[in-house]
Design a protein around this ligand. Structure first.
Ligand SMILES: CC(C)(COP(=O)(O)OP(=O)(O)OC[C@H]1O[C@@H](n2cnc3c(N)ncnc32)[C@H](O)[C@@H]1OP(=O)(O)O)[C@@H](O)C(=O)NCCC(=O)NCCS
Length: 188
């Protein structure tokens, strides 16, 4: 049987402004070779600074005794207008390769969940590419399950030749365009 990973000493704390570039560089090393999960989120410096500004409580780092940043986790929360539940989303989590397998990711994940719970969150989501088997095993071990089967499709589109306007055809104002729209049939 494989030996259990040991728990290495790190300090889990909120990110500070001077950690941003270190977190960005570590994330770049970890994520740039991975298949992107979604197109609406890509790893860039803006991703780190936006989370840091909007959700400072959910922007966490793991600091080694040497003061180096060896891991991070970025999260956010949502409230749907139609429901009373508050949701958490663990957007990014990463651990420096030399520190992986030593429960640094688990410590980041637990602290993120503790904070989200304190903020009223009842359910946390994560997303990872199907091909990222290591991350999926990690999240399963952290108690995540019930993968949703949302399908992403893609198509490469090419520039279409623009139709020439007929002589005398004017630009239509917004109100006229709206007036000209067909009405949707009333719902049964
Ligand atoms: C996913 C990641 C954050 C896990 O961090 P980590 O510090 O290596 O994980 P931990 O040591 O805390 O592991 C916690 C548990 O998950 C298990 N686990 C972690 N990675 C695993 C893997 N690749 N395969 C199988 N089990 C794994 C550990 O064995 C441990 O189980 P245990 O409690 O029974 O010992 C890290 O591997 C990483 O940075 N990956 C690259 C970035 C990435 O893909 N991020 C996720 C998408 S945003």
């Amino acid at each position: 049987m494989a030996a259990k990973a040991k728990k290495r000493e790190v300090k889990i704390r909120e990110m500070r402004v001077d950690d941003i570039s270190e977190v960005y560089r570590l994330g770049y090393r970890l994520f740039h070779s991975l298949e992107p999960t979604t197109l609406y989120r890509t790893w860039d410096a803006y991703e780190v600074t936006t989370n840091f500004n909007q959700d400072p409580r959910l922007s966490l780092v793991a600091e080694a005794p040497s003061s180096r940043i060896v891991g991070f986790a970025l999260g956010t929360t949502y409230e749907k207008e139609s429901g009373s539940w508050k949701y958490g989303h663990l957007l990014w989590i990463g651990v420096s390769p030399k520190w992986q397998g030593d429960h640094v990711g688990a410590q980041l994940c637990h602290e993120m969940e503790r904070r989200m719970h304190e903020d009223g969150v009842r359910m946390v989501f994560m997303d990872a590419a199907r091909s990222n088997a290591g991350a999926l095993k990690f999240f399963k071990r952290m108690g995540y399950g019930k993968p949703e089967s949302e399908v992403w499709m893609s198509k490469i589109i090419q520039a279409q030749p623009q139709k020439k306007k007929a002589a005398g055809q004017k630009k239509m104002g917004l109100s006229k365009r709206l007036r000209g729209r067909r009405r949707l049939p009333a719902r049964p």
